[in-house]
Ligand binder design. Structure first.
Ligand code: GDP
Length: 365
């Protein structure tokens, strides 16, 4: 999964991104995390893996990972080629979801590009750039489809939906706010429009405002109200605090630090959780003496495709998925004890994998 961090200049993107890369995953486990300075990889915390490691006496834990891409430089006018506008916009095209950092902290030492702080105006500025860029794409598509229509009347329905999308953009609204049928969404996905991407708004607040999840901060309230209108998520963080957390060496130190602040979770953990929720993702687990490991899949995925995440051979030669719920395994301590209780299931091709399933795939090579 790849998330792109956007936001106006001076809102705390780099501070957050640096905290993310510093908290970063052990690169040995993620060969794809190369030296690109704009990409940071974090492992997804999953306490179930620690328990499984004990049960199986495994050598190591491999967490699943999320890639964060720092898409700095998206400014007013980007869609018209201001700055390095178009390059940034094409970076956004590649991500699964957008993490939109919004400044909700006061600090007279940190200038705001528009002179004062206004979270809603900032959101609108960035969203409009994405909308303008989408409009250009749609204009070209509409021209092409209109021409094609002379020879092929079946293009009429496509043209209708393209026009419907365009109207929404002209009202200054993002495509993701639209009420479309599943078929229409499938078609929209093929267009790769920026404003159709799911968004998490990250409200960057001062340390004091972290308490009660930003409830005392008017700008956070405004962000929440806006996000609700488009089914986007909101995560309240303090980029500065995240930077301090990232400096700490051990998990214990992190826990203690969070406790002194009266917090249960770091902002980064909240962000990860929120992205799973937003994108409809779950994790299944594999366990053995060599390693215990979490794998991320889309909710609703069937057993062979889930196995395909591990290796394409598993999907191709799928026979059965020996499956047990993590809680059941934990309760009975070993696979054989759980088997006696009838809690280990042999699931077939149509089985829909659930979050926390511990699976051993049987397959023909
Ligand atoms: P970017 O341009 O969006 O990448 O913003 P930066 O991460 O470079 O941050 C801009 C400035 O705001 C820097 O001086 C940061 O130290 C400061 N800053 C970032 N996050 C916070 C925060 O949560 N509180 C305060 N007071 N300052 C912050």
């Amino acid at each position: 999964m790849k998330l792109g961090i956007v936001g106006l200049p001076n809102v705390g993107k780099s501070t957050l991104f640096n905290a993310i890369t510093q908290a970063g995953a052990e690169s040995a486990n993620y060969p794809f995390c190369t030296i690109d300075p704009n990409v940071g990889v974090v492992s997804v915390p999953d306490s179930r893996l620690n328990k499984l490691k004990e049960l199986y006496d495994s050598k190591k834990i491999v967490q699943t990972a999320i890639e964060f891409v720092d898409i700095a430089g998206l400014v007013k006018g980007a869609s018209k080629g201001e700055g390095l506008g178009n390059k940034f916009l094409s970076n956004i095209r590649e991500v699964d979801a957008i993490v939109h950092v919004v400044r909700c902290f006061e600090d007279s030492n940190v200038v705001h590009v528009d002179g004062n702080i206004n979270s809603l105006r900032d959101i609108e500025t960035i969203n409009l750039e994405l909308i303008f860029s989408d409009e250009e794409i749609l204009d070209r598509r509409i021209t092409k489809t209109t021409k094609g229509l002379k020879a092929d009347k079946t293009l009429q329905s496509e043209l209708n939906i393209l026009k419907k999308l365009k109207e929404t953009l002209e009202e200054g609204k993002s495509i993701r706010t639209m009420d479309l049928t599943e078929d229409e969404w499938d078609y929209v996905k093929t267009l790769d429009l920026l404003s159709s991407k799911p968004v998490i708004y990250v409200s960057n607040v001062s340390e004091d405002d972290l308490i009660n999840d930003g409830a005392n901060n008017e700008m956070v309230k405004a962000v929440r109200e806006f996000a609700a209108t488009e089914d986007s998520e909101v995560v309240v963080v303090s980029a500065q605090i995240e930077a301090e957390i990232a400096e700490l060496e051990t998990e214990e130190e992190k826990h203690e630090f969070l406790e002194t602040l009266g917090l249960e979770q770091s902002g980064l953990d909240k962000l990860i959780q929120s992205s799973y929720h937003l994108l409809g993702l779950i994790s299944f687990l594999t366990a053995g003496p060599q390693e215990v490991r979490a794998w991320t899949i889309k909710k609703g995925m069937k057993a062979p495709q889930a196995g395909g995440k591990i290796h394409s051979d598993i999907e191709r030669g799928f026979i059965k998925a020996e499956t047990i719920a993590y809680e059941d395994l934990l309760e009975y301590g070993t696979m054989s004890a759980a088997k006696e209780k009838g809690l280990v299931r042999l699931e077939g091709k149509e089985y829909i994998v659930k979050d926390g399933d511990v699976i051993l795939f049987k397959f023909n090579v």
